[in-house]
Design a binder for this molecule. Structure first.
Ligand SMILES: Nc1ncnc2c1ncn2[C@@H]1O[C@H](COP(=O)(O)OP(=O)(O)OP(=O)(O)O)[C@@H](O)[C@H]1O
Length: 257
């Protein structure tokens, strides 16, 4: 049987294709690129159908179109291709990858190095004073490609620092803060905004930016709403529900491991 001849390299091949498709999906999820992709598939199917039905003229017009399709794709998806290559190139496989997580697990070391309690206490206080905040916690995907839009920092994380950065009159309060391990490594960062139409209208750009970055990377995002004081936790482009701040802290700690 053919299945018996499946070589190790074939399995690797399938895994790589699956990874590639996963990255592509993450990239185009919720963007107009999905509609463009559907358009391309429709044109391709129409081309094949007209060929089958021997509709010479239409088939040659569509055939010409598909012929230059590769160049058209590069032009249309220029931004996406750029982000895709950046995403692949900036994935930090060694820093806190699963393999190393497992090693830590074997050692019984299940504590994250990020001071999640301080982040959430700061969010709670900012929520009570209706101070808007956008905090991004880096995991495996390197966030250098967005950090370039803000200011580089290297500050040990603690509750008063977070509060003072997002304090309304602070020159650093705008945009997002990036946290790596237990350091604030960037402030005033501009993030890619999600085009996902299923996000309720009451959420503005701050929340859309949190959805945008978590759709494209494995980072975790926390938003404090300036309007309602409510804290939102966003992961993989989705709002994560929680009942209490203790539950939120536990979830983030789990997600960071
Ligand atoms: N792309 C972005 N990247 C980073 N920060 C952003 C981005 N877009 C907006 N922000 C931040 O969000 C702030 C407020 O935006 P907006 O009022 O639209 O958000 P919101 O989701 O309605 O949040 P809130 O409930 O706090 O009003 C901006 O002043 C800016 O600091």
């Amino acid at each position: 049987m053919d299945i018996i001849n499946l070589r190790f390299l074939d399995v690797l091949d399938i895994v790589f294709v699956a990874l590639l498709l996963y990255y592509l999906y993450k990239l185009v999820k919720g963007t107009v690129a999905v509609n463009i992709f559907i358009g391309i598939v429709i044109i391709y199917l129409m081309g094949s159908l007209t060929q089958l039905l021997q509709m010479e003229l239409l088939s040659s017009v569509l055939g010409e179109f598909i012929g230059v399709g590769m160049f058209a794709l590069i032009v249309v998806f220029q931004q996406e291709i750029r982000k895709f290559l950046l995403m692949i190139g900036s994935t930090n496989f060694t820093q806190k990858g699963k393999f190393f997580t497992q090693l830590r697990f074997l050692k019984g070391d299940l504590e994250t190095s990020t001071n999640v309690d301080d982040i959430i206490s700061a969010c709670e206080i900012m929520g009570q004073t209706y101070t808007g905040a956008l905090i991004i916690i880096q995991k495996n995907t390197n966030l250098d490609f967005v950090k370039n839009s803000g200011d580089d920092m290297n500050i040990e994380l603690n509750q008063p620092i977070i509060e003072s950065i997002f304090y309304k009159n602070s020159p650093l309060h705008d945009g997002a803060m990036v946290i790596e391990d237990n350091k604030i490594t960037a402030t005033r960062v501009i993030l890619p905004v999600s085009n996902d139409r299923s996000i309720p209208l009451r959420f503005g750009l701050r929340h859309r930016a949190a959805v945008g970055i978590t759709e494209k990377t494995d980072a975790l995002a926390l938003v404090v709403s300036e309007e309602t004081g409510q804290i939102s936790y966003i992961r993989d482009g989705e709002f994560v529900m929680f009942e209490s701040t203790d539950e939120l802290i536990d979830r983030i700690k789990e997600d960071l491991l």
